[in-house]
Write a protein that binds this ligand. Sequence first.
Ligand code: CDP
Length: 207
Amino acid sequence: MIIAIDGPAASGKGTLARRLAAHYGLGHLDTGLTYRAVAAALLASGASLDDEAAAVAAAERLDLSALDRETLSAHAVGEAASRVAVMPALRAALVRVQRAFAETPPGAVLDGRDVGTVICPDAPVKLFVTASAETRARRRADELAGRGEPADVAAILADLVRRDARDAERAASPMRPADDAVLLDTTAMTADDAFAAACGIIDRVIR
Ligand code: CDP
């Protein structure tokens, strides 16, 4: 069983993926963290963010079990992640690891930008989770405020829009809904609403 969840920044896909994995007894991989970890490694070593060989080397050293959103949550790391994510050789290296995780029994929920289109094109369940840019910026600001970090909604909104454009317009595996993905717009939904809607979709597929 593989559940593919894609969508733009701060759409709620991470929270949803975590809850679905617990509910259906599946593994969970936040594929954004794999890009964040590579970006953080490049930033720490002083390598350039377009050094593809250094990025691939960092990907090959990646330990999925050690990925932690808390330590990779910095805004600058997310920004750097979307810059390294344009490199095809890095994407190929990460997709190998992500796919191996997905195919490990009993299966998994993966969330990201290209799960349904590239990593797991045969996944029986594909969701594309969206929300208006304003809603997403507010959610991200609340998240930051919750961690005691400064949160300027207007600046966050501008960053999200720029990052979405970079992710959707890149040549390698651009963010887009798979043809067979179900769209879930969470603008007017709570996290509980989104979870219930997703379970409804998944239970229909399982039956
Ligand atoms: O949590 P947030 O939505 O801010 O971003 P993330 O999921 O941590 O992903 C960070 C960046 O990694 C994204 O902006 C994408 O550029 C890239 N990414 C990707 O290209 N493909 C994926 N499957 C997941 C993330």
